[in-house]
Design a protein around this ligand. Structure first.
Ligand code: EPU
Length: 428
C-alpha cells in the first residue's frame, strides 16, 4: 500500500489538463451492454473505478480493447450472462448501473447490493421504483438484487428525491423498453446529459436530459458508435480549489466552464479570481480568503462532491463559514482528519461550522473516502511542514495521475510505499 508525502507551502502555478468524467464513464461503460455493435469510447479516465467496471464487463464476456491510454473499444455482444460477479462488483457503488443495463438487454439482472464511499445510508428504493414502474419485479436476497420482467413497458415515474443513480438506472432500463417513459424530478447533472447523448449516439431517443423531465421513447435496437466523455467537473473543481488554497495561479484546461459555475461563483465570493476561457478556467489568488457559506445541492447547485475540498479553503479563510450538506447524511467524516492539522471545525448532523485560522499545520492524515482524500491532499499542500496522506487507494478511484498532475504544478508530493504491518505487531 502507498501513501503520499507532501511538503506544504508551494504556490501551485501552471496548467493542468482535466481527464474524462468518472461519474459519466462509470455510467456509459455499462450502457454499452445495451448495444448491438462495438462502441469506441474516448476520453476515458485512467482511474481504478473504470478498471473495476471494465473488469466486471470482461468477466461477463465483453471484449474490451485499449486503443490508447484514454480510448476503449467495447464489444458487449458476447455477453451471455445477466449475473455480475459478486466479488468484482461488491466494492463498487456504480456496479448498480449493471442492473439497469442488464435488465434493458436481458430483461433480467442479478447484481450485488452496492458498496462505494460510506456517507451513511445509501438506499436504492428509487432505482427499484423505476424498474417496477417499467413492469419489472425484484427480490433482495443474500445481499443480491435480482430484477426481472417478461417485457419492460414505458411508463411515468416521479422520483421522490433527486437522485443521479436512479435517474441513470431508469434511463438504462427504459431505452429499449416498449413505448414511452417519462422520468419526472430527474437529476440534471452533466453526466446525466452525457449518458443521454451517448445513448442517442447509439440510436436511442432520449429527450430533455439536463432538465427535470426526461422523456425516453423506447427503440428496439442500439448500434455501435464512437463517443467522447465530457471532462470531469469535480476533478476540475479540485484543482481550482487547490490553486486557491496555495495562493497559486493555475489554468485548469480541457473543461466545460459552464459545468464549473457553482464552484467558480463560490471561489469568487471568497476573493479568488476566476477567468473563464472557451475550454479552460484560470484561478488566481492574490489576497486573503473571505468566509463564505456553502449549501450542497443537486446540479446546478454546489456539488456535494466538492464539499470536503472547499472546507479546506474555508478553514484558512477570514471569519466563520457554515457548510450545510444537503445530499448525504454523513459526509463530514474527514473533519476529524482536518482537525489534526489544526482546522477549527465543529459538526452537528449535516451542518459544519468552520472558524477560519491563519494556516494549517502538517500532520499524518488518512483519506476516509475519495473526495475526503482529495481534500487531504489540498490541506497538506497548503499546510506548514511535511504531511502524509494514507489510504490513497480511495483517491485513485477517481483522480487520474493525481501525483504527476500536482507535481507538474509545483507541488512537493511523492509516493512512498508503506510496508504492511505484520498482524502480530498490529495486535500489540
Ligand atoms: N437516494 C434515495 N434513494 C435512492 C437513491 C438515492 O433516497 O434510491 C438519496 C441518497 O440517499 C442521497 C440522494 O438521494 O441522499 C442523492 O443520491 P444519488 O442517487 O444522487 O447518489 P448516487 O447516484 O449514489 C452519485 C455519485 C456520487 C455523488 C452523488 C450526488 C456516482 C457513481 N456517484 O451517487 O459521487 O455524491 O451522485 O451527486 O455517480 C463521488 O464521485 O465522490 C461520489 C460519491
Amino acid at each position: 500500500m502507498d501513501k503520499f508525502v507532501i511538503t506544504g507551502g508551494t504556490r501551485l502555478t501552471g496548467e493542468v489538463s482535466i481527464s474524462g468524467a468518472k461519474n459519466a464513464a462509470i455510467a456509459i461503460i455499462p450502457a454499452v451492454i445495451l448495444s448491438e455493435g462495438v462502441c469506441r469510447i474516448e476520453n476515458v479516465p485512467n482511474i481504478t473505478d473504470v478498471t473495476a467496471i471494465t473488469r466486471i464487463l470482461q468477466d461477463m464476456g465483453a471484449v474490451i480493447r485499449s486503443v490508447n491510454k484514454s480510448t476503449l473499444e467495447i464489444d458487449s455482444r458476447p455477453i451471455r450472462s445477466y449475473v455480475a460477479s459478486y466479488e468484482l462488483a461488491r466494492h463498487m457503488r456504480a456496479s448498480y448501473y449493471l442492473l439497469g443495463a442488464l435488465l434493458g438487454r436481458f430483461s433480467h439482472a442479478v447484481v450485488t447490493m452496492p458498496g462505494g464511499c460510506d456517507f451513511g445510508v445509501r438506499p436504492i428504493d428509487q432505482h427499484l421504483k423505476g424498474f417496477s414502474a417499467l413492469g419489472a419485479s425484484y427480490k433482495l436476497e443474500n445481499g443480491m438484487v435480482d430484477v426481472y420482467s417478461d417485457q419492460l413497458v414505458g411508463s411515468n415515474i416521479y422520483m421522490d428525491v433527486v437522485t443521479v443513480g436512479a435517474t441513470v438506472n431508469t434511463m438504462l432500463a427504459a431505452v429499449r423498453a416498449k413505448g414511452t417513459t417519462v422520468i419526472e424530478n430527474a437529476a440534471k447533472e452533466p453526466h446525466i446529459v452525457d449518458l443521454a447523448n451517448f445513448l442517442n449516439t447509439m440510436g436511442a431517443d432520449v429527450r430533455g436530459a439536463g432538465t427535470d423531465v426526461i422523456k425516453i421513447n423506447g427503440v428496439e435496437h442500439l448500434h455501435g458508435c464512437t463517443y467522447s466523455i465530457i471532462p470531469d467537473q469535480i476533478e476540475a473543481g479540485t484543482y481550482m480549489v487547490a490553486a486557491a488554497a496555495t495562493g497559486g495561479d493555475v489554468t485548469v484546461g480541457n473543461v466545460i466552464p459552464k459545468h464549473l459555475e457553482s464552484i467558480s461563483a463560490k471561489l469568487e465570493e471568497m476573493g479568488v479570481e476566476v477567468e473563464e476561457y472557451d475550454d479552460a478556467v484560470r484561478v488566481r489568488r492574490t489576497k486573503p480568503l473571505n468566509k463564505c457559506n456553502i449549501k450542497t445541492m443537486p446540479h446546478p447547485g454546489f456539488p456535494t462532491d466538492m464539499q470536503p475540498q472547499i472546507a479546506v479553503l474555508l478553514s484558512i479563510a477570514r471569519g466563520t463559514s457554515i457548510i450545510n450538506e444537503g445530499i448525504w447524511d454523513n459526509r463530514f467524516r474527514y473533519v476529524e482528519e482536518l482537525r489534526r492539522m489544526g482546522a477549527q471545525i465543529s459538526v452537528d448532523g449535516k451542518v459544519a461550522v468552520v472558524e477560519g485560522i491563519d494556516h494549517l499545520t502538517a500532520a499524518p492524515v488518512k483519506a476516509t473516502d475519495l473526495r475526503a482524500g482529495a481534500a487531504m491532499l489540498i490541506a497538506a499542500m497548503c499546510a506548514h511542514g511535511v504531511s502524509s496522506v494514507e489510504d490513497i487507494q480511495h483517491i485513485e478511484r477517481g483522480y487520474e495521475n493525481v501525483e504527476e498532475k500536482f507535481r507538474a504544478l509545483g507541488a512537493d508530493i511523492r509516493r512512498v510505499h508503506v510496508e504492511e504491518t505484520p498482524s502480530v505487531a498490529r495486535a500489540v
